[in-house]
Every structure is written in C-alpha cells, then in structure tokens.
Design a protein around this ligand. Sequence first.
Ligand code: SF4
Length: 360
Amino acid sequence: MSQKTLPETTGPAALLGLAPQELRRSVTSWLEARGEPAYRTDQVEHWVYGQAARSFDEATTLPTELRAELGAAFRLTPLEAAWTARSSDGTVKHLWRLEDGEQVESVLIPAGDRLTLCLSSQVGCALGCRFCATGSFGFRRHLTAAEIVAQYRDSLRFAREEMGRPITNLVFMGMGEPLANPEPLFAALEVLHEGFGVGARRITVSTVGLVPGILELARRPEPFGLAVSLHAPLSELRAALMPIERRYPLPELLAAVREYLDRKGRRVTFEYTLIEGINDSTELADSLADITSDLMCFINLIPWNPIPDRPWRSSPPERVEAFARALHRRGVSAAVREPRGRDIAAACGQLRLEHGDPAS
Ligand code: SF4
C-alpha cells in the first residue's frame, strides 16, 4: 500500500496524536521555557481531554496571551463538518473535511443506553471488498493518529451538545481498514483510552482479517475488542468478495483469532453481510458453523446495504431468518442486525459517495 505524505508530519505538534505522557512532556517543557507554573500542564490536559477543546481560544482558565501562543505552538486538529445527516432512527452521520480537503465519515449510533461512535481510519481503502462503498473509490491516504482522535473529539462535542449524552462505545468500522494503518491506529487507541478515558473494553477494532494486526492487538496489554468481517465461510467465495482472502486465507485468519481468544479471553465478533443468492444459503450457514462453533464468538448477521453500481440485492428477511436459524441449530450465537440509518446512506463510504467531492 502506498504511504502518502500525511499533513501533520511538519509544523506544530498535533497534540491529539501524542500519547498522553508525551503530551505532558512536550507541553511541560514548552511552558517551562516560558516561565509558566507547572500547574498549567494540568490545565492544558483538562482542556484537551476533559473539555474536548477544538481551539485554545476555548481555554478560558488560561491567560489570553498564553492561549494564542499555545495555539501557534500546538495543533488541536479541528475538523470541519462538511455534511451532517440525521436518520429517523436517531443515527447521525458526519462527513468531516480534513485540513488537506480530504473527507472521511463517522457515525453516531444510539441504541438503548449506548451511544456508539463508528470511526474511520483511512481516506478510502485499498482492499477493494466488492460489497463496500468505500472500497469502490480506492485508497487516498492514511489518517494520522490526531485525525482519528479528532473524529472522536468532535463527535463527543456533538453528542454532548446536540444529543445531550456521552459516547459510550467506539468501533473502528468506518472508512478504511484500521489494521492497514497500524501505527496511527495504535497511537490513537492509546490517546482515546488513556487520555480521553474510554475503557479499552468499550473500544472495538474491526478488520477484514489482517493477521499481523490481529496478532498485535492480541499481544497488547489492553483488552481492546476484536471484530472480524468474515462474509463467507469458504475461501473461494470469500476471495471473490474480499481480495484480502488471497493474502491471509481463512485458516491463517482463524489461527490469529484463536491467539486473540487465548490471550484476551474476550469474545470475538464476526460480521457477516448477507447478499441475496451470493452468501446467504443455509448450506453456507452450516459451513459457517463448521468454522466458528468451537470459538468463543458471536456472529452479527447484517442484511447488505445496497450501493450504486452493484447488481446485488440485500437478502430478504425470510432468507436472513433461515440463515440465523441454521446457525442457532448448531449452537452458534448469532443475531440479525438491521442496518442503521438507511435513510441517510449510513453504510461505510456512502455519504462520501453521495455528498463528497469524489475528486477531492
Ligand atoms: S469493507 Fe473495509 S476493508 Fe473492505 S473495502 Fe470496505 S473499508 Fe476497505
């Protein structure tokens, strides 16, 4: 995958991309050089993490002159909401414009007392899954750690101000493959967990099956969750839907999942999108049970959210139910998840396809 130049590799340090200890060190030495008292570092941390500030102008407990100097020395990576769409089911989708004009999406999904934020990790995606809107416009660039965290920060502000509630869970299921962008992803996880205080068990990384990244997740000390997009239980069919199968075939992928289970003892989620006549037969449900019934896992069955230029249809409800029943008969835990926000094109990449500038 090409490593395109990131916008934050030069100029003032992007504080949201620094590990919290590193942020403390950088800010403390900068403040000390100006003869500022030590407690100012705590104040900066409070504004960056606790208050989710987008600009030091908001930091009203700091002297006005110092705010301006901090603003010149450090970046807080404000995102611009290029488009906001609210679904009748409460789902809210943002299309964010980044500093270089690229655009990514994040989605807030309320369900009971949970408010889950779905985050993007790349602009576009190189992996080309055939059912995916993001895959259809290719790879543009990786997101920096600061840009990943900024989606959370700006969504948190929106959730507090417009929805009157906090974000409870994070999933990396937006645009891009998070484990194809591992360094910024793991840096962002650290900031979200240690800086913003999001519990590791409330953060799930969803992957199409990049084995080295799954193993890295398994070996980290924090119990971050793992979701794997399976979509087919047989290699040949999976390769037709997801080119990644050729690089990391199912046996290798399942071995990595077992290592995660052994080390973390946390149930893994498998995502299975149902496309009529492609991967939704009860025979395939049996094959899926063959490879998952001895794993501590849960299967999310998701009727496919149609995208332009694909001749497929979403599986009808009776086929989805029959598929679920076939799994249940084999003792596999599975549930049907209705896609959220259909009226606002909430499948990953769709908002950008419909409202973004494809040439941006
Ligand atoms: S499903 Fe994920 S990995 Fe596959 S093309 Fe879409 S964004 Fe990329």
